[in-house]
Design a protein around this ligand. Structure first.
Ligand code: FAD
Length: 396
């Protein structure tokens, strides 16, 4: 049996809890020690927050530590945790892994993802932000959009065009950009919920040291794919407790209704939704356990598609249960720039926020294309610009 088995990680959890009381220790201190013991991402190599163990051990670690009142790293740095860390550990140099991973895990340095642009969303490989080499630095100009939590971020995962003469997938390079560098401007974009989780980000002559380049020059797309595959699972692959998440919110509302507000038809609908939520939960557990190495493949799109639809269905049913009360958000529309993304405080906010689930992290249509082509082996989408130099592709 491997040295990194359930008993070993649980004994390390016991050691951590004996050393530091999670209820009184500052979260970044507790999480730093968790990282150092290899209990951060247990499937990462030793020295990078892991022990080279099976990813399925993470569930036991999290249950043990959360049960004792420990902070959850993923919630403190959702983009960094779900997408930045697997990208850095897979593609980063030794120096980059040492520099980025620990403060990312502890939440001392928040990460954001700078892929989408006004003219490049689903077709992210068409992006236009430009990076030009200048000695040991790159000078970046361009605009990104929908950048979740950019207002808090220290680091951004940034893809820019470095060779406009190459076809679109071949002329991009992947950088980690310091969001505090001169020339980076972050402006809020408000959402239907009233909050501004995301932003526009403008780059004007921003200098990125070559040491902060994560891909080979022109090979950014390979690294982008690692980020995107992890993003789909981070968004759609969640494993809430049984009866938790969106369906938990519906159950809470249901239990408070009076007898005149419920009937057999509503109960039947609730049961159908509960069953679907449980099937998705079990599917995501199975997918996580089948994944013996870190990075998910195209099948991660399944959870993304199903959860987007189901979150909308459940949250719509929940506001219907509330009747007229469902039409008004109890906390108003406060126009805040929140510290967290994809969270909700009440069913009305959940209903509004769920609208974005079929867009963020790749739309449902694109996820279906991925499943069709890469899982089912169906003929590919029409791609007329695949072999054309990016600069010669017509764009508006
Ligand atoms: C809440 C939220 C948070 C986000 N956070 C980030 C972030 O942090 N960082 C970031 O980089 N981006 C972020 N995004 C952007 C997101 O990735 C894009 O919105 C998404 O990829 C779609 O791109 P688009 O908005 O340009 O739509 P478009 O690509 O213009 O798509 C418009 C419509 O056309 C459909 N379509 C496009 N191409 C095809 C095709 N080939 N086949 C079939 N249908 C097609 C789409 O499905 C969609 O319905 C966020 C978006 C949201 C809503």
């Amino acid at each position: 049996m491997s040295a990194v088995d359930e008993a070993h990680v649980i004994s390390l959890c016991d050691q951590l809890l004996a050393e530091l009381d999670p209820k009184t220790t500052p979260p970044e201190v507790f999480l730093g020690r968790q990282y150092d013991l290899g209990l951060g991402w247990v499937h990462f190599p030793e020295g990078y927050g892991g022990l080279g163990g099976s990813p399925r051990l993470q569930k036991s670690i999290n249950e043990k530590l959360l049960g004792a009142g420990a902070p959850l790293a993923a919630v403190r740095n959702v983009i960094g945790h779900g997408m930045g860390a697997p990208t850095v550990v897979t593609h980063g140099s030794e120096a980059q892994k040492q520099r980025y991973l620990r403060p990312l895990f502890t939440g001392e340095e928040i990460w954001c993802q700078l892929f989408s642009e006004p003219g490049a969303g689903s077709d992210v490989a068409g992006l236009a932000a430009r990076a030009v080499k200048d000695g040991e630095e790159w000078i970046v100009n361009g605009q990104k959009v929908w950048t979740t939590l950019a207002h808090l971020a220290k680091w951004g995962m940034m893809v820019a065009r470095t060779d406009p003469d190459a076809p679109k997938h071949k002329g991009m390079t992947y950088f980690v950009v310091d969001m505090e560098a001169p020339g980076v401007e972050v402006k809020p974009l408000f959402q239907i919920t009233g909050e501004a989780e995301f932003n526009e980000v403008f780059f004007t002559d921003v200098r990125i040291p070559d040491a902060e380049r994560l891909s080979d020059v022109g090979d950014g797309w390979r690294v982008v794919l690692t980020t995107l595959m992890n993003e789909r699972v981070a968004i759609g692959g969640g494993i809430p407790p049984r009866g938790g998440g969106f369906i938990g919110e519906a159950m809470k509302v249901w239990k408070k209704l009076g007898p005149d507000q419920t009937d057999a038809a509503k109960r039947d609908r609730l049961m159908q939704l509960w069953t679907k939520a449980e099937v998705l939960r079990l599917t995501n557990i199975r997918a996580g356990q089948l994944r013996s190495v870190g990075n998910p493949g195209p099948e991660g799109s399944i959870g993304k598609i199903v959860s987007a639809n189901l979150n909308k269905e459940i949250s719509e049913f929940t506001v219907d249960l509330l009747g007229a009360e469902g039409m008004l958000k109890p906390d108003g529309y406060p126009m805040e720039r929140p510290r967290h993304a994809m969270m909700w405080a009440n069913p009305q906010q959940a209903f509004l926020r769920a609208r974005a689930n079929s867009i963020e992290g790749g739309t449902t249509e694109i996820a279906k294309n991925i499943l069709g082509e890469r899982v089912l082996g169906l003929p590919g989408d029409v791609r007329v610009d695949k072999e054309v130099a990016w600069k010669d592709v017509p764009r508006s």
